[in-house]
Design a protein. Structure first.
Length: 172
């Protein structure tokens, strides 16, 4: 994916000034990294047998099926738009009508600073886009450990049918 797939940030002529958390550097695009792809491949290859039984809906895959699946995962992850700053690594995937934004800290610690997530959303999509974080039903849960997902609608004018109707109130 090229950076052109992300919508350009909307001019902030009438938009409120974004909240800028302290000590968080701006996001920079990450170029594709062959070494990281190899590390990811090796990490998948070292997963226990039970992992693949789960991935293959309860059956044991053949070595060839396992190798094909691993290569598909490496290609998929390599195709994502990725960004980084001093604290986070972010991967963006377009899934119409949304962008899925995966956020992890470099040190894999929990990332619960709301202002950081808001800044990441604003830097990548602009101040007019809304994003949500979903707490799924247990049967849809994917927990990879301190990885967070925001869902951003592709249309900057779209408003989720939930939340506060109007007004802006920021208390420091």
């Amino acid at each position: 994916m090229s950076l052109a797939l992300l919508p350009p940030p909307v001019a902030a002529t009438a938009a409120p000034r974004p909240i800028a958390p302290p000590n968080l550097s701006r996001l920079l695009p990450m170029p594709p990294d062959a070494h990281a792809a190899c590390q990811f491949r090796l990490a998948l290859m070292s997963r226990p047998h039970e992992y693949f039984v789960h991935v293959f809906d309860g059956r044991s895959p053949s070595p060839e099926e396992k190798a094909i699946w691993i290569e598909q995962q490496v290609q998929y992850v390599s195709s994502l738009q990725t960004f980084t700053n001093d604290l986070y690594v972010i991967a963006v995937e377009r899934r119409e009508p949304f962008f899925r934004v995966s956020i992890q800290r470099h040190d894999r610690q929990p990332c619960r600073e709301w202002k950081h997530l808001q800044q990441i959303k604003n830097e990548l999509f602009g101040t007019r886009h809304e994003a949500v974080e979903l707490f799924p039903a247990e049967d849809r849960l994917i927990d990879t450990g301190n990885e967070y997902h925001l869902w951003v609608h592709c249309d900057p004018g779209y408003r989720f049918p939930l939340g506060f109707e109007r007004g802006r109130c920021v208390v420091a």
